[in-house]
Design a binder for this molecule. Structure first.
Ligand code: NDP
Ligand code: HSE
Length: 438
């Protein structure tokens, strides 16, 4: 059978990994795909780097548009990243009738609705397994393996860099800056690491997961996003003392009032499998009504793990290349005309439990004041820890875990607590999920 010709845009971390995996496993991949997948063209700004990698039959160019417009290219693999030129290349490739494989979660989360509409119009596939959780086939699992289910909720560690940083801080006592530098050196971090540490990258991925789980459009602007950059070492330690670990979770949940879409540091019980996901590894917990809870674990970033997902998409697209378009799996798992506009629940209405850390003067009546404010707001305390004051200090750390309450109620209570003359500074508030509910 005639080979499928691929044009690769960007030969950086993931592009380089894709090149290596395609070459190393060429024979197996051909046996699986049913025809050869040939890397016909590579475009990268750094021509020297591209030439060093490319074989003698691969055309190398600095102009990605040349690849996108080349009549012999069947599939364009976009591994440049970002939401500017990558968008232009993808839209042009689609217009030219070429299938697209991309790892670009930022682009899909922000412009996915436009890109998928264009792909639908031109009858081409846009595959994006690598865009969420690197090498873990979570898109395939949600779109196909779990298709019988009504997805109830998803909770995922979907940013390897921040998980790596949190693990390093907890296990080795490394500072936040040291751990971030290490993650960058290992190629895990985004070009702009604020995307990783401020939860933006996880929010991009959560946007995609929610769309394919609930049959809603991409709504990145509605994701509540809070990163790990302000987490203090003592909170990691106190959480541990209470039997919890802090992870940056992406959570999306179907509730009667709307869909929750939120990324934030979260205390989870240390005994949960997902709490033990360390380093750059990712894990996605999916609760389906029929299957119950399932968990998907693996490397969420890095050259070859991500290439594993890119090449899987290449094989999928190659297999479906000649199939009737109506028989293809819809991009967002649901038929394009069956997407719904289920509302996204504002963060103030989300219901969860909380970890609170207060710095208080060690005087009689302090605790009574705090618990009265919480009780008046209908918030019940689940556990409490009071630390000994350090030598010569008058203030102590008080740590409280609450039962579930609505976010706006805890916020109002915190504002009142911070006004007490016996409380010093801001109250630290971290959300807590038991991850054992229906
Ligand atoms: P890199 O920065 O390592 O690679 C991007 C490559 O594209 C670089 O070689 C860059 O060249 C080149 N490039 C930039 N602009 C152009 C252009 N206009 N024309 C041609 N080439 C260009 O990024 P990654 O490989 O890390 O990421 C690629 C994509 O994969 C991103 O969307 C990212 O979010 C996603 N991803 C990354 C993962 C990872 O582990 N790194 C995991 C999952 C997804 P130059 O360096 O000279 O600018
Ligand atoms: N920067 C991302 C991460 C790469 O750390 O998870 C994978 O998407």
């Amino acid at each position: 059978m005639k080979p499928v010709n691929v044009g690769l845009l960007g030969i950086g971390t993931v592009g380089g990994g894709t090149f290596t995996v395609l070459r190393r496993n060429q024979e197996e991949i051909t046996r699986r795909a049913g025809r050869a997948i040939v890397l016909k063209m590579i475009a990268d700004k750094d021509l020297k780097k591209a030439r060093k990698l490319a074989g003698k039959n691969t055309i190398v160019t600095a102009d990605a548009m040349e690849v996108v417009n080349h009549p012999d290219i069947d599939i364009v693999v976009e591994l440049i990243g970002g939401t500017t030129v990558a968008k232009q290349f993808i839209l042009k490739a689609i217009k030219n009738g070429k299938h697209v494989v991309t790892a670009n979660k930022a682009l899909l989360a922000i412009h996915g609705n436009e890109i998928f509409a264009a792909a639908h119009k031109h009858g081409v596939m846009v595959a994006f397994e690598a865009a969420v959780a690197g090498g873990i086939p979570i898109i395939k699992a949600l779109r196909e393996g779990l298709t019988a289910n009504r997805v109830e909720w998803i909770a995922g560690i979907i940013n390897g860099t921040s998980n790596y940083i949190l693990s390093e801080m907890r296990n080795t006592g490394a500072s936040f800056a040291e751990a971030l530098r290490q993650a960058q050196a290992l190629g895990y971090a985004e070009a702009d690491p604020t995307f990783d540490i401020e939860g933006i990258d996880a929010a991009h991925k959560l946007t995609i997961l929610a769309a394919i789980s609930f049959g809603i459009p991409m709504q990145f602007d509605k994701v509540y996003t809070e990163g790990i950059s302000k987490l203090a070492r003592e909170d990691i330690r106190y959480a541990e003392e209470l039997g919890y670990r802090i992870k940056l979770l992406g959570i999306t949940k179907r509730t009667p009032k709307g869909i929750e879409l939120r990324v934030h540091p979260t205390l989870i019980p240390a005994r949960r499998l997902i709490a033990n996901v360390e380093g750059v590894m990712n894990a996605v917990l999916v609760k389906g009504d029929a299957v119950g809870a399932t968990m998907y674990y693996g490397a969420g970033a890095g050259a070859e793990p991500t290439a594993s997902a890119v090449v899987a998409d290449l094989v999928d697209v190659t297999r479906m290349h000649t199939a009737d378009r109506k028989h293809r799996v819809p991009h967002l798992a649901f038929q394009p005309d069956a997407l719904t506009n289920t509302p996204i629940l504002p963060m103030s209405e989300v219901q969860t439990s909380y970890y609170l850390r207060l710095r208080a003067f060690d005087k009689p009546g302090v605790l009574a004041d705090i618990t009265r404010i919480l009780a008046d707001s209908g918030i019940s305390i689940d556990a409490m820890l009071q630390k000994e004051p350090s030598e010569g200090e008058e203030q102590v750390d008080i740590i409280m875990l609450t039962h579930e309450t609505v976010e706006k109620h805890i916020n109002a209570a915190i504002r009142k607590i911070e006004k007490l003359s016996t409380i010093s500074g801001k109250v630290v508030r971290i959300r807590l999920e038991e991850l054992n509910r229906n």
